[in-house]
Write a protein that binds this ligand. Structure first.
Ligand code: F6R
Length: 368
């Protein structure tokens, strides 16, 4: 039940320190400071033998794979291809049958296109793994290896806690793959595991920004278009931010890679169009800052989501700022998922939409 919360979406946003913590707990051994994949068949896949990783999903789950793509490349040196399930299955993709692994991500485990893509890969002789939130689902039953997310039942149609649980599980799997492939040192593994275990506490701190984000959302609720920008691992977070806003507030939103701005989307910038920058102070911040200045120079209303150093560096250029706690860059995309969810939620509440049951949407898409 909803308890003291107004909507399930809000409750599920606030559950994330727990749901993510539970998922991380299942994938790590704190005493040994190492990643250990849960479940009996966890060694069904020998990551040192994997030559090519395909990650296939729909919607928000697809954006989780887009973040994980960076992790598998960085931690495990593994070539990755991500695909939207509905595109993948009709393309007759050329698959690396030797050493190819197909990994599916699904909250419900029943999404028709994802399930069909899983069956297709099995027929092609590929090994399969699935990150799923419902252990009894079709996708969980049919995959060679099940990697559970422990988000608990998600009621709100717009996915929130399932997304961060998917990210947490995928981050752990990427570390595990990196170790098996001898791509990360023991010290690096210790650092990454520590970063993961710090996440629940950092999420709790971030959730305290709720009032501040509610305040900002009043202006955004007046817009008819919103643009989200991010670089690197935060590019998929920008895509997810735009999807979340569209789904629950019905405001048109688009996510772009910040560097793509001048290749087209900058034409959309005017004083009526809020631009949300997802940009922690990392190695790419300087580039993002120059994009931010380009937007501000065209009188775009910039909302900067960053940390103390980023907020300081951006000075007075952004119209508003959301300041998150400092965190290890490895887990930043998981932490930065929270403010974009909170923003979508509050804009929807401000607009008075049916937050938990947005029009035209179903929780589980079992038709193609
Ligand atoms: C967005 C959302 C959808 C789902 C998509 C896949 O908030 O919930 O985009 O992510 O329909 O669903 P699952 O993960 O159940 O396969």
């Amino acid at each position: 039940e909803k308890g003291n919360y107004r909507h399930f979406m809000q409750k599920e946003i606030f559950e994330q320190p727990d749901s993510t913590g539970r998922t991380i707990g299942a994938y790590t051994n704190i005493l040994r400071q190492t990643v250990e994949l849960p479940g009996e068949g966890a060694d069904a896949i020998d990551w040192s033998e994997v030559k090519y990783l395909y990650m296939i999903a729909c919607g928000t789950a697809h954006f989780a794979t887009r973040v994980a793509e960076y992790w598998f490349e960085q931690c495990a040196g593994l070539p990755v291809k991500t695909d939207i399930a509905s595109e993948f299955r009709y393309r007759e993709p050329a698959l690396a049958k030797e050493g190819g692994l197909a990994l599916f991500v699904s909250q419900s485990g029943e999404t028709a296109d994802t399930l069909a893509a899983l069956r297709y890969c099995k027929e092609q002789g590929l090994k399969t793994a699935a990150v799923v939130n419902v252990p009894t689902s079709s996708i969980a039953r049919e995959a060679d290896l099940v990697l559970p997310t422990l988000a608990g039942p998600e009621i709100g149609v717009a996915s929130t806690k399932a997304f961060t649980a998917q990210l947490a599980a995928l981050a752990a799997v990427a570390i595990s793959a990196g170790r098996a492939r001898e791509q990360i040192s023991r010290d690096a593994e210790i650092r990454l595991v520590r970063a993961l275990t710090e996440l629940p506490r950092l999420m709790s701190t971030t959730l305290q920004l709720d009032e501040r984000i509610a305040e900002l959302s009043r202006d955004i609720a007046k817009a008819s278009d919103v643009i989200y920008l991010g670089r690197g691992v935060h590019y998929p977070i920008a895509l997810e931010g735009a999807l979340k806003l569209k789904e629950v507030s019905y405001i048109h939103a688009e996510g772009y890679a910040s560097g793509e701005l001048k290749h087209g989307p900058i034409a959309l910038i005017d004083e009526e169009t809020p631009v949300v920058f997802v940009a922690p102070f990392d190695g790419l911040f300087d580039k993002s800052l120059s994009n931010l200045q380009e937007v501000a120079a065209r009188r775009g209303e910039v909302v900067l989501i960053s940390d103390a150093a980023g907020v300081r560096a951006a000075g007075e250029t952004p119209a508003s700022r959301i300041e998150l706690p400092d965190c290890d860059p490895f887990i930043a995309p998981i932490l930065y998922s929270l403010p974009i969810q909170m923003l979508a939620y509050h804009v929807a509440v401000e607009k008075g939409t049916d937050v938990d049951q947005p029009r035209n949407l179903a929780k589980s898409v079992t038709v193609e």
